[in-house]
Design a binder for this molecule. Sequence first.
Ligand code: 3EB
Length: 326
Amino acid sequence: MSHATQFSPDRNGQHALRLAAAGAGQQSLINFVFGGGRPVWPSSDIGLEWLGGDLRCEQWLAGAPVRFGNGDQWHWSRNADLLAVALSAPDQGDPAKTTARFYRELIGTVRSAGYPHLLRIWNYLPDINGGNGDNERYRRFCVGRGQALAEAGLEDARMCAATAIGSQDDHFRLFAVAGRSPGQSVENPRQVSSWEYPNLYGPRSPAFARATAVDLADGRIALLISGTASVVGHATAHPGNVLAQTDEAVSNLAALLAEAASDLDRPGLARFGEEAAARVYVRDPADWPAVYGRLRQHWPSLALAGFHGDICRRNLLMEIEAWHCA
Ligand code: 3EB
């Protein structure tokens, strides 16, 4: 089901995050292609079923020239300022072990290539809610990530925006964008910072910023917003009610945008504008039409794409991530 024509006939299912000035030479750092085909790097598939919405492709455009290449499990693309990497690896064994290895490789790669500052990470992990208690695969993922960060001397509070979503795929997919200069973290006044979650949610806290702000060469700021769910304080709000969770996630995003506008002294960041788009993940694909309808009411013109994805806590039914420029 596509709402593309109803929403924005000129947009044609594609939307570009311009990380370089309009008019200057621009090339894709990554094209995330949703739902179909066999994209060739630097186009990539996120491994989730696309449920609909306005977008079939999210282009991350950077200043030319962009060079790219393929390793064994890792792909990379880079220009003078930015590096993107993508890993697709069979999912085997304890996620703590595999995640620690993948994050060691990630951190090693961005450092040795000279783009040491992580700006945005996506983790798509098969069967994220598999296993019980502290053996749940998401919690084991957090253990592995935490171990690699500690070994690398990376403080949790300096980590970038992230997404961690469960797929029905058989591969672990990890994407990251890194820069030669650091981004600036933005936290959410309605939410406890992820690295300060109590161990109720696992022996190792997550480690991600609610958003990372990146200064662009033309004076704009790109705000890269993490997966945002119905979490208030550190608790899940409205378990079992997907529309109430949707409203709460929207409230969390509104608070985050207000915080970013104030922290960065950029009033234009306070509301999603033309240069914004969001990925929406729903645990139950049957919920997508209602969630989409509700988000359309909140945000009449924000470009959206919906996916079937499991959220890292079993009682979370949906999550929204976004990018935004002002
Ligand atoms: C939350 O607020 C929801 O572990 O990297 C969102 C984004 C969530 C990233 C991660 C987890 C992660 O805790 C879950």
